[in-house]
Design a protein around this ligand. Sequence first.
Ligand code: 26M
Length: 818
Amino acid sequence: PDAPEHTRTGMSPAILKAAIVDNLNFAVGRPLETAVPEDWYQAIALSVRDRVMQRWIRQYGKRNAPDVRQVAYLSAEFLPGPHLGNNLLNLGITDNAREALAGRDLDLYIGLEEEPGLGNGGLGRLAACYLDSLATLRYPATGYGIRYEFGIFDQAIKNGWQVEVTDKWLLYGNVWEIKRPSFAQVVKLGGHTESYTDEHGGFRVRWIPDRVVVGVPYDTPIVGYRSDSCVLLRLWSAEAAQSFDFADFNRGDYYGAVEEKVFSENISKVLYPNDEQLEGKRLRLEQQYFFAACSIKDMIRLCLQRGSTLERFHEMYCIQLNDTHPAIAVAELMRQLVDKYALSWEQAWDITRKTFSYTNHTLLPEALEKWPLPLFGSVLPRHLEIIYEINRRFLDEVRTQFPGDDGKIARLSIIDESGEKYVRMAHLAMVGSHTVNGVAELHSELVKTQLFPDFHDLGAKRFQNVTNGVTPRRFLGLSNPGLTRLIDDRIGDSWLSNLDRLRELETFANDAGFQQDWARIKLENKTRLAKIIRDRAGVVVDPTSLFDVQVKRIHEYKRQHLNVLHIITLYQRLKHDPRLQITPRTFLFGGKAAPGYFMAKLIIKLINAVAETVNQDPAVRDLIKVVFLPDYNVKHAQNIYPAADLSEQISTAGKEASGTGNMKLSLNGALTIGTLDGANVEIREEVGAENFFLFGLTCEQAARLRAGGYNPGDYCHGDPELRGVIELIDSGLFSHGDTELFRPLTAHLLERDDYLLLADYRPYVNCQQEVDHAYRDTRHWTRMSILNVARMGKFSSDRAVREYAENIWKLKPFTPDE
Ligand code: 26M
């Protein structure tokens, strides 16, 4: 006979109900009769957390077996999105929870969760997808990062402009995390170094800091989909060192002691909101070192606790650097091994190089991290010495391979000495790791040929590609239940953990009944989004119109303003020809601009200005609607992807490393209009050129155009329609007669146009015309949509994580429980 279910672990509706009521009373402190929805959310979440914990506890022995190698995924950002819905899905208890609530609205409670916005965009979201896949595939893994008190700002739109509002995700507490003060680490900052002779007569160095902070870990278990496995997200929070301020305190300097606490806590206070744009701030460097050092020390602790010696550190751990943000970990591991544990430099270096690998996410020169030497030395004096020594030995090797090539030495050096001196973090990451990878085929080629050609010439380092992937659990299973059910009905439900099986849908692509079901679900998703648009943006849109979607951070290289040029083109045509027939379209934009990025903010203003003019102009006859959805984040994205017909992936070729929104949209049946950039190339390869709207310069053509002296003005003068569009913006039509408001934008396009909008304008507009025609043939469009989904298997993060595990980390998954 079955053992009775336990209130904290049982999965049946009856036990879940008992657990929720139990938590409502004893953890939330609310009698059932007076509970408000927020209380219910807390009670449900706590009940689900117990079941998550059960997974975690059960796996403990396996994780800590002495022969198990783990990956530590070091990332300054994680963007997991709300946990409740995903945990229910991955535990397989969504339906039971619904039943347990007997008529209460589970989706309402799920929607109340504040998401941890601990990232800017693609890079942080990728880290979260990888944790989901690591757990699902049963790899032993820990994600290490920073528990920012304030995540990415909330975006409000006032008068068409972006306004930043502080993100207070912790205001009502966070049920998913567990604070672990007993694993706190002390981190030094500033000060100076001293050499001394140890008891064996050895030359040693110690670092005398002028400040210390304490890193306290907060753990969030991430459960795998239908797996008995779990990984840990361990985020470090900065606190003041208790003992450190006693001296001040005893002298009666109460204020000084408190001030110390304030300075310490600053370190994990706020996420820097600029992606793809470096800002050389001391606090940012301190953040990076803070979490890298805490994480390295934590791994050393666990390595020793599991009975290993540090000589075998690389057999116990491999460390993936998610871009250069945690690259200082290379120098920190060296410091620990050499200064603290007295290993020889050679042995420490061997271990270090076998431990680290590095993922590059950008080629944009303005995003490559470099720290002014004086700043670096004042925060991390010992690490600077270690980096000099790493660099000296590295460059000595280079000299033996390329004698007399001083240019090469200068280009490869970790220290940039071409002018003001800098520490180049990408070079530290390259030298300190065994493998570097880009995030899409094209990008990985460019990493070799454009970004690190000199490293590539050295030949010693392994260059690899791992094309990004996204988790189908959150971005289809959870966010698009209608489509998920339809797919389940046709091919069973195993595809969600084996995404290649979606290919079985190909046989239904021509099936009229299936096409109708497919189109109906898309329409339902669009109708739901239309309501959200009405509530959040105050615009009424027609769910049967073509939903044309561009959602991502606002950046010139992503070219949201090229999209706007197309909208104004249509507007101009409709004004000139009152009988023109075009496919009704709803243009949807979403995305945040870095607060200091003037041009990005002006693009948001332009989108809203065009929306205001176009949406109410009778000449448009409601054929086009423009909407800027404020506060694009993971939660809102989940409502948008399922409703998209067209996915805008229109970056200048060679600039978008991969893109992952492109994958999520196609996975939800949107067709892509895009350039040959990032993962678009591979998406097109997979779905078939005939199911993809391609336009624009290739990155080779773009390079040639630039080399030959690009003159954007020529394109404008040669194309009356384009000229009309620019003139319309400058006329003040979209700015209440203000002819100067958008001048910085139009002037930049005409005079510099770094991202080649004007060169790509005509091919883009013509390609959009093809989209317009294609959408009128509903059956054909639906067929293309089905084929897009059927052929997206490659872009599962399960595939990506398996590639990392097999080719870079050399990890074995756990065997499943009996
Ligand atoms: C750096 C220094 C100081 C403050 C912030 C940063 C910083 C933060 C995030 C820089 C870049 C950041 O993210 C970059 C990013 O998201 N890149 C995207 O990564 C995705 C995942 O690989 C790719 O799909 C995108 O193409 C790439 O733009």
